[in-house]
Design a protein around this ligand. Structure first.
Ligand code: ADP
Ligand code: MG
Length: 462
């Protein structure tokens, strides 16, 4: 890339001006007098600093304010990199040989924002900047961004739902972080439904209901993660219902997440259900191969590591479930490479990740075969599994068949849903979770499912 094409020195100058007006003279001189503009690349300004100590301090204290100012000035996500103009820091292990300067990790502890804001309950690792938007998430991500920019006005309430590890917590926290950092005096509360429940119980125990109400009804943005936890918690549901109404009436933003569509939460009062369904409901589905690659590359950038494209592709072909597993695979390889100080080759990756890689899917097994064998086993017909009936006698075998289909074939949850009477992909996800948890809860179930799988494999591969 032709570096000389990019020149952001003017933005840097203006950033300094703004910082000067925000900081005391002494503070400004102490930290910024020794920094000079070095060069720009397409998305970065590289600053020259006298030492690694200096760089780390400035990063810790000011990076986020600096980047905020820069983003506002330039309208784009220009990042900051540092180069040290004396000898390089020995402390920094050169994990990646491709970089001479230390890449700034956007979402690592950036203590200082313009107003020195750091939300106590929000993770610094979750922001819009490091959320990779793919086909699977673009609607949800855009809605969340709109909410963060316009809380209480864009989509209120909003419910994000989808299976585990797909980015619900990342997105809901990004909303909080963005709004919190970009507005003054905004009260953002983020809790999991479990924390909400526990706090409520404590409040009752200690006769502190008033404080509890004060906390939750006087916010500008209320973010509650994992509301499926509220199943069967009647008193908490009741409290949340009133909280909801109070906030809704005063146009305060609410965002919730859930691991399934609200309609599938059991033991939820109708009136609370209808509140959740009001407003916008968006889903997250598993990322495509291309999106998985983009996500892994982003994670590598954050961790400042270099891994060959071949290995990345290997991981993305084999880890197809969710983003959390992708990250786990990467972390494992990095740890291995660090320990042995070795480059990660495809064969190292294969042997290190063999437990994570699902069995290679058996391509000649069809859904028809699965439906036939499973229905046979339960004394039903394949049409029962494809039909609309939801009686217990059919529902569980259907879930088992869906589960096995996901285990043995490459079909996506959407495709599986279609083959089972045009059901939604979330129903399939839910079915798989159900079967999983039933197998864990009841040891007698697993063997016959294993048997069924074995039988199907034998039939399918003949
Ligand atoms: P959920 O709450 O849906 O179970 P999380 O939000 O905890 O999932 O996501 C699991 C992990 O995957 C987190 O570390 C998160 O940062 C990461 N992740 C998920 N989706 C994305 C994405 N689109 N881009 C980058 N990271 C993602
Ligand atoms: Mg979560």
């Amino acid at each position: 890339m032709d570096k000389s094409k990019w020149d952001y020195s003017i933005f840097w100058k203006e950033t300094l001006n703004q910082l000067r007006s925000e900081l005391s003279e002494q503070e400004f001189l102490m930290w910024f007098d020794n920094i000079s503009y070095a060069e720009s690349t397409e998305k970065k300004i590289i600053l020259s600093v006298p030492s690694s100590f200096y760089r780390d301090q400035v990063k810790e204290r000011y990076l986020s304010s600096v980047e905020n100012i820069l983003h506002n000035l330039s309208g784009s996500n220009i990042e900051i990199d540092f180069s040290i103009n004396s000898s390089p820091s020995p402390a920094k292990k050169e994990k990646s040989k491709k970089r001479t300067s230390t890449a700034v990790k956007k979402n690592k502890p950036l203590a200082a924002t313009v107003s020195n804001k750091n939300h106590p309950n929000l993770s610094k690792d979750y922001s819009f900047d490091n959320f990779i938007v793919g086909d699977n998430s673009s609607f949800a991500a855009n809605a969340c961004m709109a909410i963060a920019k316009n809380p209480g006005k864009a989509y209120n309430p909003c419910l994000i739902y989808g299976g585990v590890g797909l980015g619900k917590t990342h997105l809901i926290q990004s909303i909080g972080k963005y709004s919190y950092e970009n507005s003054e005096d905004i009260r953002v509360v983020y809790v999991t439904a479990e924390q909400f429940t526990n706090e409520f119980i404590q409040a009752i125990k200690n006769s502190k209901q008033h404080d509890f109400k004060n906390k939750y009804r006087k916010v500008d943005i209320l973010l509650i993660d994992d509301i499926h936890f509220l199943q069967s918690k009647d008193a908490t549901q009741e409290e949340l219902f009133h909280t909801f109404n109070a906030l809704y009436d005063s146009n305060k933003q609410m965002v919730f997440t859930c691991d399934r569509p609200v309609s599938e939460i059991k033991n939820l009062t109708d009136r609370l259900r209808s509140r959740f369904e009001r407003g916008l409901n968006v889903d997250l589905i598993p990322p495509s191969f291309e999106t998985r690659i983009a996500i892994l590359k982003k994670k590598m950038e954050e961790k400042n590591v270099a891994i060959s494209d071949e290995v990345i592709e290997l991981i993305c072909q084999n880890v197809t479930t969710h983003v959390r597993d992708l990250e786990a695979a990467l972390t494992k390889l990095i740890a291995y490479a660090d320990l042995l100080n070795k480059e990660i080759t495809v064969s190292i990756a294969k042997s290190q990740l063999k437990d994570m890689f699902a069995n290679p899917k058996l391509s000649n097994i069809t859904i028809d075969t699965i439906q036939r064998i499973v229905s046979d086993y339960f004394n039903l017909t394949p049409n029962d599994l494809r039909g609309k009936k939801r009686t217990k006698a059919i529902a569980f075998p259907r879930q088992v068949a869906m589960y096995i289909t996901r285990e043995l074939t490459e079909y996506s949850t959407t495709e599986v849903g279609l083959e089972f009477g045009g059901r939604d992909h979330t129903t399939v996800m839910h079915a798989c979770q159900r079967v999983d948890s039933k197998m864990q809860a009841d040891p007698s179930i697993e063997p016959y499912i294993r048997n069924l799988i074995q039988k199907i494999k034998e039939t399918g591969t003949k």
